[in-house]
Design a protein around this ligand. Structure first.
Ligand code: HXC
Length: 515
């Protein structure tokens, strides 16, 4: 047989690599409503910007029939490209090759782009679709995972790391995403579990579907493992592009600044957002939308711990991170999950130089055995620690309640906030007036001929003294009491004032926060 020319040989190899596990498996992937690894990358990066690395890498094991097949690329496409003209490194696991399972060469390819990303200060985006450790390669696969976990951890806080889950991800395939900054899942087609439904049934006798055990809804609302869910892969990839638009390339940079033309910055609608009844709920998202640049709020963890709202936004073209109590859900109380959610978000913003805006309306920590036995003490302390440690510009606006320990935790002046404002509707006290009156006027109420009337009277006295922002303002705990309609103007000025803030924590190896 005539030998192929070097050019033809390369063409053949490239065509073979392009096909991954073969056309039949690509068709099967499409039949499930899923895209291939290469299609996903093309959709994610700017057109024609992707440059592949390691296209001709081969798998190493020859056991269990793997000597009969050769899959160029070893089940993962790796390389770099542009998103909105900014560099990104990407890897996309190819489910058509041995279920996207991870083996020695596959892991080395991922490690290679992670090393390049770290050396060059560029985000890494993983498009995961993998059955976990390649069973045929044994311990080498486990070692490959550990090599990636090690790099994920070292890259944490240095470069943003995003993980898209685009299929069934099992075993080791879930731990690398868990070490990254943000996870996104697709409803109905992506799953994450350490052990799948069959193993669960064998070990615990529980009968559970993949969807219930580790589907997008489960991880968005129950476990909080995923930060985002989308109805399809295209929207997820688009969402990740938007997410990147708020972030710097690495921890040495500031986030990108968008053009902004100032106009009338007062927001009269905010003057009526707080209900007359101090216990009535309102949606804090209306306050957020009223304060930030038009339609710029990009919410994170929307379905998880809904009593706190976190996300990115722009204010005068600058990226900011928002942490806001949500009075429309559980009265905005702080509990275990909301503390965990907010703490992680605060730490991300602090690591990547994104200033923080806190909107506070919190009646305190949630009482009860469930919370105490599951360590609300430790978990609430996570949020306290995260705020106290953060050195980025930090501003708080108290819209209504700032009660008890939650007043301290929610970015109070005492734990290092730079500027604190309150609306005239703010109530800054150890607790609500009713409970306070019951405790401190217990004897008077009991001795009274009309206890209910006395209680109401004492409650009114306490409210008069404390259900306002002026006690805190008199001590300088609040810098200024401002009108809701003028808040955007004050925030634009304040974040501009703080833009060169340079504060460092005491020298240490690392802190020992309540993980
Ligand atoms: C080798 C694998 C594989 C794996 C799937 N395949 N997972 N090959 N190693 N881990 C292969 C299948 O044999 C099949 O090949 C092809 O990929 C597609 O898989 P299907 O099962 O047909 O697809 P589907 O029905 O969609 O199910 C996907 C799945 C399932 C849910 C991922 O394949 C599965 O449960 N796989 C095993 C998951 C697992 O237990 N992984 C090991 C975890 S241990 P053919 O040729 O038949 O089409 C682990 C330890 C790391 O990861 C720990 C680090 C902390």
């Amino acid at each position: 047989m005539a030998q192929k020319s070097p050019l033809d040989r390369l063409k053949d190899l490239n065509a073979q690599a392009q096909l991954g596990g073969g056309q039949a498996r690509i068709d099967a992937q499409h039949a499930k409503g899923k895209l291939t690894a290469r299609e996903r990358i093309e959709l994610f990066v700017d057109p024609s910007s992707f440059v592949e690395i390691g296209r001709l890498v081969e798998h190493r094991s020859t056991l269990f029939g793997l000597d009969q097949q050769k899959f160029l690329g070893d089940g993962v496409v790796t390389g770099y490209g542009l998103v909105d003209s900014r560099k990104v490194f990407v890897f996309a696991q190819d489910f058509t090759v041995l279920g996207g399972s991870l083996a020695e060469a596959h892991a080395q390819k991922i490690c290679r782009i992670m090393d390049l990303a770290m050396d060059n200060g560029v985000p890494v985006i993983g498009l995961n679709d993998s059955g976990g450790a390649r069973i045929q390669e044994g311990v080498v696969s486990l070692g490959g995972y550990a090599d990636i976990f090690y790099r994920n951890t070292r890259a944490s806080g240095v470069i943003p790391q995003l993980s898209a889950i685009l299929g069934p991800c099992a075993g080791g395939a879930v731990y690398s995403p868990a070490l990254t900054d943000f996870i996104g899942m697709v409803e109905g087609s992506s799953y994450m579990f350490v052990t799948g439904p069959n193993v669960v049934k064998t070990v615990t006798h529980e009968v559970v579907t993949s969807e219930e055990l580790g589907g997008a809804f489960t991880h968005a609302s129950k476990s909080g493992v995923t930060h985002f869910t989308y109805p399809n892969e295209r929207e997820l990839l688009d969402g990740f592009r938007t997410l990147l638009s708020y972030l710097p390339q690495n921890c040495q940079e500031l986030p990108p600044r968008w053009d902004y033309t100032p106009s009338d910055e007062s927001r009269p609608a905010l003057d009526t957002v707080i209900p007359e009844n101090a216990n009535a709920p309102y949606d804090m998202r209306a306050v957020i939308d009223g304060l930030v640049d038009d339609a710029s709020f990009f919410e994170v963890h929307r379905e998880f711990a809904e009593n706190i709202v976190v996300g990115f936004a722009r204010l005068g073209g600058r990226s900011i991170g928002i942490v806001a109590n949500q009075p429309a859900f559980l009265a905005g109380v702080l509990d275990i999950k909301s503390s965990q959610k907010a703490a992680r978000f605060v730490r991300f913003c602090d690591a990547f130089n994104i200033p923080l805006l806190v909107l506070e309306d919190v009646p305190g920590f949630l009482p009860g055995t469930d919370q105490e036995w599951n360590a609300i003490i430790t978990n609430g302390a996570k949020l306290l620690y995260a705020f106290a440690e953060a050195t980025v510009p930090r501003i708080t606006v108290i819209t209504r309640k700032a009660y008890g320990g939650a007043y301290d935790v929610m970015n109070s002046k005492h734990i290092g906030a730079d500027l604190n404002f309150a609306w005239p509707t703010a109530e800054i006290a150890v607790m609500g007036a009713k409970g306070a009156a019951e405790i401190i006027f217990k004897k008077e109420i009991e001795a009274s001929s009309n206890p209910a009337e006395t209680w109401a009277q004492k409650e009114a006295e306490y409210a008069e003294a404390f259900a306002n922002p002026y006690g805190a303002a008199a001590r300088g705990y609040v810098d200024e009491v401002i009108l809701p309609s003028q808040t955007r103007i004050r925030l634009l000025e304040a974040f501009s004032l703080l833009e060169n803030k340079a504060v460092k924590n005491p020298r240490k190896k690392h802190g020992n926060g309540p993980l």
